[in-house]
Design a protein around this ligand. Structure first.
Ligand SMILES: Cc1cc2nc3c(=O)[nH]c(=O)nc-3n(C[C@H](O)[C@H](O)[C@H](O)COP(=O)(O)OP(=O)(O)OC[C@H]3O[C@@H](n4cnc5c(N)ncnc54)[C@H](O)[C@@H]3O)c2cc1C
Length: 217
């Protein structure tokens, strides 16, 4: 039976990365923005439910632009709000009309224009992306935007996954259980400064410091 030496380090003062939640008087605050757990995999869903009770949650987004509120991500309701279209056929016809023919989109802007055209791009993507990523969308890869759904159906569910929810007690207790038996060091920015002690009697699998202070890489 082999042993694996495991140490988790994080430069933040807590575990859980962006999914970290903080208990503030019984309210589980998602410190880095709200996180919804979503998966199509029954195995993953069953696994994560071993560690927490998930409350059902479906994210139906709304986007405020100038003085109007739109359904988001783009779906038939959004297209009705912008163009007045009433059916999937009408929406697809309109999209086919406005798409900018770009054979091999090289960046985020080109990909968006080739899918939704100038008006929707400027309404929903350009300003938001420039502000969020602090970069010109022409300097960002198309892959960033490709996961955003563009639908011509009355379906405003942000994630199209079968299983979606938010853990009733936040995510941090899940991470705590996953890390049981694993050493973790917080507010440490790199392996070089982690000063991990070499395991006695085992061959080290990561840089560590022996009891005599020698560094093993
Ligand atoms: C506002 C917002 C909302 C989101 N909502 C959702 C959602 O609803 N559903 C969803 O599935 N996803 C959501 N995401 C995406 C989700 O946060 C990420 O996919 C997920 O956190 C990735 O996990 P990770 O462990 O790879 O990275 P992270 O969660 O970013 O964790 C990486 C950790 O590594 C640490 N670290 C990095 N470099 C070093 C270093 N050199 N030394 C020490 N530590 C280091 C960081 O401090 C951090 O704690 C959202 C993201 C944001 C920003």
């Amino acid at each position: 039976m082999g042993f694996i030496q495991r140490t988790l380090i994080d430069r933040r003062s807590h575990i859980g990365g962006n999914s970290y939640t903080e208990d503030v008087g019984g309210i589980f605050v998602h410190k880095y923005g709200p996180h919804i757990f979503h998966t199509n995999s029954q195995t993953v869903w069953d696994y994560v439910n071993r560690f927490a009770t998930f409350l059902p949650f479906v994210y139906r987004g709304r986007a405020r632009r100038d003085d109007r509120t739109y359904s988001f991500p783009i779906n038939l309701e959004t297209l009705q709000q912008v163009w007045g279209v009433q059916s999937q056929e009408e929406a697809e016809r309109k999209l086919a009309e406005v798409r900018v023919p770009i054979e091999n989109p090289a960046n985020l802007e080109e990909w968006a224009l080739s899918q939704i055209g100038e008006e929707l791009y400027h309404l929903f993507i350009h300003g938001y992306t420039t502000k969020q990523w602090q970069r010109d969308p022409r300097n960002l890869p198309a892959s960033i935007i490709k996961r955003l759904p563009i639908r011509t159906l009355w379906d405003d569910n942000y994630y199209s996954h079968k299983h979606q929810g938010i853990p009733a007690g936040g995510y941090t207790p899940i991470f705590r259980q996953l890390l049981e038996g694993i050493e973790f060091r917080l507010t440490i920015a790199s392996m070089a400064t982690a000063r991990i002690v070499c395991p006695s009697g085992l061959r080290p699998t990561m840089p560590c410091i022996t009891s005599s202070g020698t560094r093993v890489s």
